[in-house]
Design a binder for this molecule. Sequence first.
Ligand code: ZN
Length: 146
Amino acid sequence: MSGAGWNVIRCSACSTCHGHRKTGRSCPHCGQKLPSDAEIVATVATAAELRIEVALANTPEELRDMLRKRLEKNDALFQPEEQISFKGLPKLLLDAKDEHGIVTRKSIIPILEKSGNSLDVQDLIDLAESQGLLVRLNTDCWQLLE
Ligand SMILES: [Zn+2]
């Protein structure tokens, strides 16, 4: 048993988990007095971790994996690589356009290569269209919206 951080404790009376600095004296859910040897489900260092662990501990076992995956997936949304490609996109298209604001695959490819971005030229165009940065004029010709 650790004195530092937070413990996730399971109440033996109502089976609900809660967080406590040490072992706690009574259950905040049902008021039952907790024995000094109450079940400690997990020990964490921060209040933020505690919130996740309590949520997981109070989730039915068969749903826990799904919840944990969802929490991990949320983290994956904030990969720095993705932010760079979004941020650099308008600048890249500005460099690739001609004097009429027209871009083609041929005009984008050298700029894309120079930027060191690993995006495929078609993926880049799809992305720009979905962001409302480009409007297709014909099969290989897009108008840049500024
Ligand atoms: Zn309880």
